[in-house]
Write a protein that binds this ligand. Structure first.
Ligand code: S3P
Length: 437
């Protein structure tokens, strides 16, 4: 699939079920591998990133079988992983690398974690620092970048206050904390996604949160269990946005994860006047899930900054690309972290939005994308910079643009959402002239 062509859409209607949540899938597999006994994980994400986690776990001697849309993990207990024969390859996945760094810090053997060109350029000192404080020895290129060489061993519990709001850093410290005697405490600057905490609790660990401090009692016996992964709300965001770009659209997304640390996107869309409603169906394995309905309506636009930016971190590319379809535009600030994601997402968004005729002002920590007014966006050739969320954001933005948009290297969407284009095409009713082709 060298290129993907996207044409304007007429209406976007249907009922959709999305792949399992990527963040929850990573955690469920890693924790199941550290538990004693067999865990079955239903609706495990088909994302290439989650496959990277399985590849690394297999490299550590953990048996994993794929069964339908789920997996069965034969957990080996906290001390049961074995020394890998070669470097563990986390591919494009920051979550795989940072979370596994935490779990490997507690192992009796040395290991190496590496990844693709993008991942080898992403900052790792943020996890190295606390893990070193806990007693792990970690070497990295320029003391910052993968490959990481980790010499684990006896760890001590620490109290740690990460400087960046990062669920990955918090999770790395908690996973290392499983191997330390006593209480490991993480005080986060902003309440980031708490899937690690919820899964640990479900598997029998003593973990609590009070006044922004997460406390974990070390050396628990994790219990294997059955888990159901809800649909991925970050993947849902692309379809929610499509509904707000294409008039007459009406969409129901079923079985989506509604963990309150992940639903800021619904609050933000509602604050702009989007008719979004949610039916919460209940909690599975500590995670709230339900159905979302959204209908087309003109939306106002708005500003995202501070804690809201951190809570929307994966949704920002799509929200930026919604800017030209709002009445007042969208401004994103305090988003320096976006520059060290799978690509420099601020630069990639600014470059491609400008190609489509949008008005963009770029800042070191974000961007402002102008409102509609200066006419519709027009089709362009988009370079996603091998970043899945950039490719998907522009495929959606293209639905409201004039003419054809070409997405280069569209296969990069497989990093989080392999069937994205199939689902998109199944929902589209193309404009009449396109039907002839
Ligand atoms: C994730 C946390 C976020 C997010 C990433 C997934 C996770 O990263 O951007 O896609 O699963 O913990 P940071 O914690 O580094 O912000």
């Amino acid at each position: 699939m060298a290129k993907k062509r996207i044409r304007p859409a007429k209406a976007f209607r249907g009922v959709l079920t999305l792949p399992g949540d990527k963040s929850i899938s990573h955690r469920s597999a890693i924790l199941a591998a550290l538990a004693a006994g067999k865990s079955e994980i239903f609706n495990y994400s088909p994302a290439a990133d989650c496959e990277s986690t399985l590849r690394c776990l297999r490299g550590l001697g953990v048996k994993i079988e794929e069964k339908g849309s789920g997996i069965i993990v034969e957990g080996k207990g906290l001390a049961g992983w074995t020394k890998p024969r070669k470097a563990l390859d986390a591919g494009n996945s920051g979550t795989t690398m940072r979370l596994l760094a935490g779990a490997l810090a507690g192992q009796e053997f040395a290991s190496e974690l590496t990844g693709d060109n993008s991942l080898r350029r992403r900052p790792m000192r943020r996890v190295m620092e606390p893990l070193r404080q806990m007693g792990a020895k970690i070497e990295a290129r320029e003391d910052e970048f993968a490959p990481l060489e980790i010499e684990g061993g006896a760890l001590r519990a620490i109290e740690y206050a990460p400087k960046v709001a990062s669920a990955q850093v918090k999770s790395a410290v908690l996973l290392a904390g499983l191997f330390a005697e006593g209480e490991t405490v993480v005080r986060e600057p902003i309440h980031t996604r708490d899937h690690t905490e919820l899964a640990l609790h479900e598997m029998g660990a003593a973990i609590s949160r009070q006044d922004g401090a997460v406390r974990l009692q070390g050396r628990p016996k994790l219990i294997a269990r059955q888990m159901v992964v809800p649909g991925d709300i970050s993947a849902a965001t692309f379809f929610l946005a499509a509904t707000l770009i294409v008039p007459d659209s009406d969409l129901i997304i079923q079985g989506v994860g509604l963990n309150p640390t992940r639903t800021a996107v619904l609050d933000f869309l509602a604050s702009m006047g989007a008719p979004v409603s949610v039916v919460a169906l209940g909690t599975h394995d500590g995670e709230l899930a339900g159905d979302i309905n959204v209908r087309y309506a003109p939306i106002k636009g708005g500003k995202i900054s501070g804690a809201m930016t951190a809570r929307l971190i994966d949704e920002l590319p799509m929200l930026a690309a919604l800017g030209p379809y709002t009445e007042e535009g969208i401004e994103i600030r305090d988003a320096k972290e976006l520059r060290v994601k799978e690509s420099d997402r601020i630069a990639a968004m600014a470059e491609n939005l400008r190609k489509m005729g949008a008005e963009v002002e770029e800042f070191p920590d974000g961007l402002r994308v102008g409102a509609r007014g200066a006419g519709r966006l027009h089709g362009a050739t988009i370079d996603p910079h091998e970043d899945h969320r950039i490719a998907m954001a522009f495929a959606i933005a293209a639905l409201g643009a004039e003419g054809e948009t070409i997405i280069r290297d569209p296969q990069c969407v497989a990093i989080s959402f392999p069937n994205f284009f199939d689902l998109l095409e199944s929902l589209l009713k193309l404009e009449p002239e396109d039907k002839k082709q």
